[in-house]
Design a protein around this ligand. Structure first.
Ligand code: SAM
Length: 382
């Protein structure tokens, strides 16, 4: 009688299927009726944005992209913001003259006041030096590959345009000391450099092989004199406090996560692979430790942006909530979360946002605007 060796012969369940199974169970609860459309987005080709390289001699590129109907979504948002801020100021004056309810207002005054109510805070600003071109909603044209200029610097970097939102939220100001704690392969590091404002940029990533990719990006996009101002290290970010605590004006903590789009589509390096179960279950703990290290690296008054490319509330809002508690209880550090809801208004033409986050913002994949997922939350050390 032969014994059945079922374990060795049972078909292996692909990690992508395990991922989708997991997402179906948890995200249908979290996103409710939105989940089927987000799921369809995750399973379709993602959209890219072209981050213009301000260091390359590529003055012709904006015109070339505009001829294809692509637009710079950041300068469009900044224009919108200026209009709203002007409208808000006029609206306030108008409502002051009118006194009382909207019923007494003229149509135009009422519209201005409504706009002011929806508009971003007057102090909010969007860094206008970062330029990123995207095709309009529903347009799935692909960008041509990047091309080198006369000195060999590439003209743009193709990336998920939603990845720029955490960088914009950081709002780097002239001469800021900036830490990018989990920096490789370096898309956000490159965007931080495009602001032209980093007094010093520390780019760290524990993975030596991924850090090599970061060096390659710096080499391909940034002149040597600018590259030399970036210090690249390969520490475990959780130990950063032992290196340089409390010194940075701005800290980006773009943590390892379940990379939901990758996990739903690619077998290679998939964190839902059975042998990586423990690693996946430990992610929220690692994320919390990295966020705590980022908080400790920021100086009082400094800002920390936490981001993931996952839809998971356990990796997003729960980690932030827990970090706020730990910072208060164990380190006597008070933090407040900054309201980023104006991002939803400013970037609504480009991205689909989830409207039910409590602390941060979440870009949802959508078939007509297939960016993300991208969660980001801004904390300010008091
Ligand atoms: N910010 C990067 C970008 O925009 O190109 C992407 C970062 S990726 C989401 C997360 C990174 O965290 C990975 O490169 C990974 O090697 C790194 N990482 C994982 N554990 C880490 C740790 N303990 N300390 C520092 N980096 C870590």
């Amino acid at each position: 009688r032969h014994k059945e060796k079922w374990a060795a012969t049972a078909p292996r369940i692909p990690a992508t299927r395990l991922a989708l199974h997991h997402f179906d169970a948890s995200y249908s609860l979290h996103l409710g009726a939105l989940w089927p459309s987000v799921r369809a987005g995750l399973l379709c080709e993602q959209k890219y944005g072209a981050l213009l390289n301000n260091f390359a001699a590529a003055d012709h590129v904006p015109e070339e992209l505009e001829l294809l109907d692509a637009t710079d979504f950041i300068s469009e948002a900044s224009l919108k913001m200026q209009q709203w801020q002007r409208g808000a100021a006029v609206g306030e004056a108008a409502s002051g003259c009118q006194e009382g309810s909207g019923e007494g207002r003229t149509g135009m005054q009422a519209e201005m006041v409504t706009q002011a109510e929806m508009s971003p805070p007057l102090c909010a600003s969007i860094s206008s030096k970062i330029k990123c071109y995207t095709f309009p909603r529903g347009d799935i044209t692909r960008f041509r590959p990047a091309r080198p200029d006369g000195l060999g610097l590439l003209d743009y970097y193709l990336m998920d345009a939603a990845s720029l939102l955490p960088v914009l939220a950081l709002n780097v100001q002239p001469d800021d000391f900036v830490l990018d704690l989990c920096a490789a392969p370096g898309g956000k590091t490159l965007a931080l450099l495009q602001t032209g404002f980093c007094g010093h940029l520390a780019a760290n990533d524990v993975s030596v092989s991924r850090t090599k990719r970061l060096y390659q990006i710096l080499h391909s996009y940034v002149p040597r004199e600018v590259g030399d101002t970036v210090s690249v290290t390969s520490y475990d970010g959780r130990d950063w406090d032992q290196v340089k605590g409390g010194t940075f004006h701005k800290v980006l903590v773009d943590v390892p996560c379940t990379t939901d789009r990758h996990s739903a589509m690619e077998e290679d390096n998939n964190i839902f692979h059975k042998r990586r179960t423990k690693e996946r279950q430990m992610l929220p703990m690692l994320q919390l430790q990295l966020l705590m290290a980022g908080i400790l690296a920021a100086r009082p008054g400094g800002a920390v942006v936490y981001s993931t490319c996952s839809l998971s509330p356990l990796q997003n809002e729960c980690v932030v909530e827990r970090a706020l508690d730990v910072a208060r209880a164990q380190f006597n550090i008070s933090l407040h979360t900054e309201d980023l809801s104006h991002f939803r208004t400013l970037f609504q033409d480009t991205f689909s946002f989830f409207s039910d986050c409590q602390l941060g913002e979440l870009v949802l994949p959508h078939l007509t605007a297939n960016f993300g997922p991208m969660y980001f939350c801004k904390l300010r050390r008091v």
